[in-house]
Ligand binder design. Sequence first.
Ligand code: 6R9
Length: 650
Amino acid sequence: MSSHHTYEHKTYPVKAEIAQNAHINNEQYLALYQQSIEHPETFWAEQAETILDWQKPWEKVMDYDYTQGKISWFEGGKLNVSVNCLDRHLATRGEQMALLWEGDDPAQDKKMTYRELYQEVCQFANVLKAQGVKKGDRVCIYLPMIIEAAAIILACTRIGAVHSIVFGGFSAEALKDRINDSDCKLVVCADEGYRGGKIIPIKATVDKAIASCPCVQSVIVIKNTANPVAWNAERDVWYQQAMAEAAITCEPEWMDAEEPLFILYTSGSTGKPKGLLHTTGGYLLYAAMTHKYIFDYQDGEIYWCTADIGWITGHTYMIYGPLCNGATTLLFEGVPTYPDASRFWQVVDKHKVNIMYTAPTALRALMAQGDQYLENTDRSSLRVLGSVGEPINPEAWEWYYQQVGKENCPIVDTWWQTETGGILITPLPGATELKPSSATRPFFGVKPAILSNEGQVIDDGSEGVLVLERPWPGQARSIYGDHQRFIDTYFKSYPGYYFTGDGARCDERGYYWITGRVDDVINVSGHRMGTAEVESALDEHPLIAESAVVGYPHDIKGQGIYAFVTLHIGIEGNDALRKELVDLVRADIGPIASPDLIQWAQQLPKTRSGKIMRRILRKVAANEIDSLGDTSTLADPEVVEDIIKNRLNK
Ligand code: 6R9
């Protein structure tokens, strides 16, 4: 990111043949964007009619009041998500592949047509019903990346159950909190999963979690590795057995556009993770429309999003968007570097992938292994490349463009969040001249602004906070069980706007450059994490008096986790204690939250009013000790000297 400026003025114009064949060229983008901003209701009504099948038309296109955190789209309209993703495709593409699945083990793969997926969904919907799941009930999904995941998700939507998917890398403790927060009645899991050649326990983690989840009545377990697992006959049900007994048709539950579709937990700057609530009509419309235009998806193409179903990208761009558009979507169980760093490119060649969507952290990890891993693959099927999850540094962007795509594939650097439901700022392959590291321009209907801390609009190109002026259909509607927190987090600091938590600037041609979070959220390998969550895990250790966690620049992960820890008087820090702390964090949150560096600090730098000065700790962690900024409010300047002297990142 240091070489930011050397690439700043590099541009990659849209190639004529790409513009000609794409859904949207630049003139079309400009005209449609203008229309979407000037006449939003007409624009979105037209899109909703074209893209989705409705059982009953809506009464009102849009209504909102940001002061109350109230947002609604297509209220009164009725539809079913699984009908839009499956039933309506059967006549025209029933025998087309809906899913391709590539195992962790390169010898394993599976396929499923739209008709097969439809049947599996109906059957599993009947299994859920037989377990007493009704419209509006919450179902927790805790799964590795197996092909059944898609059917399970869509089966929830068939009967109007609200799914809450928890990333399979979260610990039992984290899983327990999420299940209890949304009061899930049922959990769907597997016996175990595979990842990078290793076996990952799943059912055992669920057993541990739900020992403290009185709300859970049953657990449906997919036999995956088929290794023996502990069994509670009163509560546990084998998926395969239940499916064999289930009827193969299931009438869809017609849902109001504003009824809940799913809950997904994400980290904020304070407190426990928030369960963002997404609803049915607007979310699905936004997922499908953005998928079609941003990846320029054309009928018959093979589309691959490498995300896990446990993250929003896996929801919107692996399942809902592609299936609603009748696409063939590839699910990958493995990791980029197993068996070796050629794996991604071998998968591309094997399945003739046309569109690939991945994260900068994966690209940096592969880039670091060397270009020889690209050489024995051809990748000529690739047409469009996407990036998501964190800012993509120019070096990784150039490598993706030059080496992976051989200069033939436009890169869409897509900025969005769990809260936004879908992509908000992004290039379009046939329309947007690219600048490495810029997410470029807003999608249709999206009106960003840059504000100063005081809330003044910044229009001179300098950096400020990124906000959005009005709702779009994919926006989250609430935090499950805590609407006040929704209002306080997103709509209080800059009245009249949705506050993203990101910093950004907008250049003279209207291109946005996202600069990273402005709050205490860090982004580690594209995983979003609250520093407060890591601190509260560390603080559980009896020898710890206090801790402060910050992010610092990390070559592969984007940000690493740096913990400053103060021990109780008389206690000496050592490597054994470091390991205990790492284990504690892994048990409380999961391996993704393990601190990279733990520094013992006599004291933490504080203001006279006792607030930890994180700004200073961030500078120390980044080894930017020449630019500590104003230290005049420090209660005790010697504390900082001690911290600088013992810093671990030099
Ligand atoms: C989709 C997703 C959201 C945060 C977001 C921002 C960062 C995501 C980005 C990006 C720069 C991009 N982020 N995409 N930063 N350029 N193209 O990642 O959702 O897990 O909720 O994270 O990720 O900081 O605020 P989520």
